[in-house]
Design a protein around this ligand. Structure first.
Ligand code: SAH
Length: 350
């Protein structure tokens, strides 16, 4: 059997070729694109201005909606977490966070992850596969459709390493910010990477205006290697050079994420080291109190240690915030909900 086409993975030009090949007039492509990427409909039958024959042909050969919500958890602070099922039965997670300035959606870029960060829940079980552009888009569309709320910001910080799914993620960013679709400004899109330098260099050449976030988590390679296996491949100095290059090329400020693990990376000594490392750079540091995951590395730093750490950075004129914790009562650490689903599927507790 021939594999079905993920229709939403076709960009504006590719969809034109597709409709032409299907023997349809050129303007049908525009109508189809709008139904999918603006009206966000989830069935071909709703596309009332397309002929019945064309709709039937699409139904037979194409996947329209490639991520369906199978579980939704609503936190007391208004954060919504979605467990979504893909067309091949794999599961991923997406999160909606409501802020005064708008609604942010955090999406997954892969089913599983092969980066192996020791504190992270998403990497348990390794990488299953990368997600298609349609599966990336559908996480945003599904949430906007279900909640009826306009999504203004998208962050690629869920399960997976976005730069390990480079081509699909680039296509997704371009389609998400396309005027024919949801038209979300690239300035409101943040991509978070564990620091794959080669791909970061490539990203700097893409002429995008997205925000780059780098998961640093340590001020030196010794500590970083204990937390993140990828640190064996790319030393911090190379990451810094690559960030400076990104800032030069794009004029955008880089964000550094720093998950705080008790007794590992949270002492005043590390705060000082981090300050020297980032001195004079156009950047922002986001301190994230660790979300401890059962069976994974580390406990959360004490609140006063985080405060002292922050003060030291501030004294060194480094922009820093402590990430507001949202949705802790609903397994907000990425990968936790999916892991429960996997355990249940294996006949273990849910
Ligand atoms: N692979 C990408 C994006 C996904 S992880 C990356 O590494 O950046 C999103 C962020 O959450 C990363 O900074 C990651 O290191 C951090 N993170 C993962 N598990 C965490 C946990 N249990 N507690 C706190 N932060 C965590």
């Amino acid at each position: 059997m021939q594999e079905k086409t993920h229709l939403k993975s076709l960009d504006w030009n590719e969809l034109q070729d597709f409709t032409k090949q299907a023997g349809q007039k050129a303007f049908r492509s525009k109508q189809l694109y709008q139904w999918m990427h603006k009206q966000l409909v989830c069935s071909f039958d709703e596309m009332t201005n397309l002929s019945k024959d064309f709709r039937e042909a699409l139904k037979k050969d194409c996947i329209l909606c490639s991520a369906k919500t199978v579980k939704q958890q609503i936190s007391s602070d208004g954060t919504n977490k979605f467990l979504m099922e893909l067309s091949d039965g794999n599961h991923i997670e997406s999160v909606l966070m409501k802020y005064k300035h708008g609604n942010s959606v955090c999406i997954s870029t892969q089913a599983g992850c092969r980066m192996g960060c020791r504190f992270c829940a998403s990497t348990v079980g390794g990488l299953i596969r990368s997600l298609q552009p349609s599966e990336l888009l559908d996480q945003v569309y599904e949430i906007q459709r279900i909640t009826g709320e306009r999504v203004s910001n998208v962050i690629l910080m869920g399960i997976g390493e976005p730069l390990d799914n480079y081509e699909n993620v680039m296509k997704f960013i371009r389609m998400l910010s396309d005027e024919h679709g949801l038209n979300i400004s690239q300035r409101n899109i943040t991509l978070s990477t564990c620091g794959l330098v080669k791909q970061m260099e490539r990203l700097a050449e893409e002429a995008l205006t997205i925000t780059l976030a780098v998961s640093l988590h340590a001020p030196n390679d010794i500590i970083r290697r204990e937390m993140m296996p990828v640190a064996n491949q790319y030393p911090i100095q190379e990451i810094m050079e690559s960030c400076r290059n990104y800032i030069r090329k794009t004029n955008r400020r880089v964000t550094f994420e720093y998950s705080m693990v008790e007794g590992k990376n949270d002492s005043p000594k590390e705060a000082g080291e981090l300050s020297s490392l980032l001195k004079g750079m156009n950047c922002h540091v986001n301190l994230i109190p660790l979300n401890p995951v059962e069976g994974r590395l580390g406990q959360r730093s004490k609140r006063n240690h985080i405060e002292v750490f922050k003060k030291i950075l501030e004294k060194n004129h480094i922009n820093v915030t402590i990430r507001r914790e949202m949705g802790r009562d609903i397994d907000a650490a990425c990968g936790q909900l999916r892991n429960k689903q996997r355990e249940a599927a294996n006949g273990r507790i849910i």
